[in-house]
Design a protein around this ligand. Structure first.
Ligand SMILES: [Zn+2]
Length: 200
């Protein structure tokens, strides 16, 4: 089975019944946040309390390509690698319907990786229940996400992408729990969960 086949099988097995994204609906990430619009949080904040320095780089089962190779994949390449829903999020910056991802309730120890290239982005220690309906994290593994201003709505949000393949993951807000105060609001279909046992 090729990686591509495995990916397809994986996605087909977890695709939700929603075809909601086809309507072009755009969801805001929970309540509108009155502060922090337009800020550009750094992903390499030094105040992280999590031991992320020994985080593995890549989830099992993904191709080993250079950053250049990942970023030079064509739209056709990505369509071949991703489910339709994941493609819309990762490559077209769509947002999934809230409460649609099984990762909302994922509480096991492990890692959350980019569903595009497999780069591990978050630890399970960084996940918390924000109540918004999207998998949420109070921090991210340093250096694996890049932010940019998103002006698609009437106010500016800060969106973030996987630093390796450029896949869109979600938006980051300033209403998260201490000590970071951040809420990394991620699309579940843009992530793959890797149980700790799978990497140990
Ligand atoms: Zn990626």
């Amino acid at each position: 089975m090729t990686h591509s086949d495995k990916n397809k099988a994986f996605w087909l097995s977890r695709r939700s019944a929603f075809v909601f994204l086809g309507g072009g609906a755009v969801f805001t990430s929970g309540a509108l946040v009155a502060n922090g619009f337009g800020k550009d949080p750094q992903t390499t904040d030094a105040d992280t309390s999590h031991a992320t320095s020994d985080a593995p780089k890549t989830a099992p089962g993904f191709d080993t390509l250079s950053q250049n190779q990942w970023q030079n994949l064509t739209k056709a390449d990505w369509r071949d690698r991703l489910s339709e829903d994941a493609y819309k999020i990762l490559r077209n910056e769509a947002t999934e319907r809230p409460f649609s991802s099984s990762l909302n309730d994922e509480k096991r120890d492990g890692w959350f990786a980019c569903a595009g290239c497999g780069q591990i982005l978050f630890t399970s220690d960084q996940k918390y229940n924000s109540g918004t309906g999207w998998p949420s994290f109070s921090d991210a593994i340093p250096g694996r996400l890049k932010t940019k201003a998103d002006r698609k709505l009437f106010y500016t949000r800060t969106e973030y992408h996987c630093s390796r393949c450029g896949g869109h993951q979600g938006h980051v807000f300033d209403d998260g729990p201490k000590p970071t105060g951040k809420r990394w609001c991620n699309n579940g279909d843009a992530l793959v969960f890797v149980p700790e046992a799978d990497l140990s």
